[in-house]
Write a protein that binds this ligand. Structure first.
Ligand SMILES: [Zn+2]
Ligand SMILES: [Zn+2]
Ligand SMILES: [Zn+2]
Length: 138
């Protein structure tokens, strides 16, 4: 995703362009993997003195609603990354060295259909960790 694509989606959905929003998009586009709200705040504070965590969270929620960002929880903390192109339900391979995330299109949930026949699954999480080709060959 490019910054102007994200801005276009904001505008289409009736949200104003602000330099802050463009900077948040830029931050996530340049990050290869997941980042916390606190990491974003630290980055934003370099340009916007006194910006609050509240403002950060408000924009993160908005961006997630608009599917510009996707999120996951790790140790009780919500982490965000720029949305993968796929748009549909998917999982990730995450590089433990550089944080690069690769979307995985196949969902393993159907494997358990039989085993959980009498159960109702509400949510599921599936992630693979390891080294990306660049880090693996280093
Ligand atoms: Zn994704
Ligand atoms: Zn890597
Ligand atoms: Zn799935």
């Amino acid at each position: 995703m490019q910054v102007d694509e994200g801005i276009a989606i904001l505008k289409e959905n009736g949200h104003k362009y602000t330099d802050k929003r463009a900077d948040i998009l830029t931050y996530f586009i340049h990050a290869k993997g997941y980042r916390s709200a606190k990491a974003l705040l630290a980055y934003m504070e370099t340009s916007y003195t006194g910006i609050s965590l509240d403002t950060i969270y408000r924009n993160l929620r908005l961006f997630e609603q608009l599917e510009l960002l996707e999120s996951r929880e790790k140790n009780g903390e919500k982490l965000f990354k720029i949305a993968c192109k796929s748009g549909t339900h998917h999982h990730h391979f995450i590089c433990e060295s550089c944080g690069l995330t690769k979307p995985l299109q196949k969902c393993p949930l159907p494997v358990y259909t039989e085993e959980l026949a009498d159960y109702h699954v509400n949510t599921h999480a599936f992630e693979l960790y390891g080294l990306c080709p660049t880090c693996h060959n280093r």
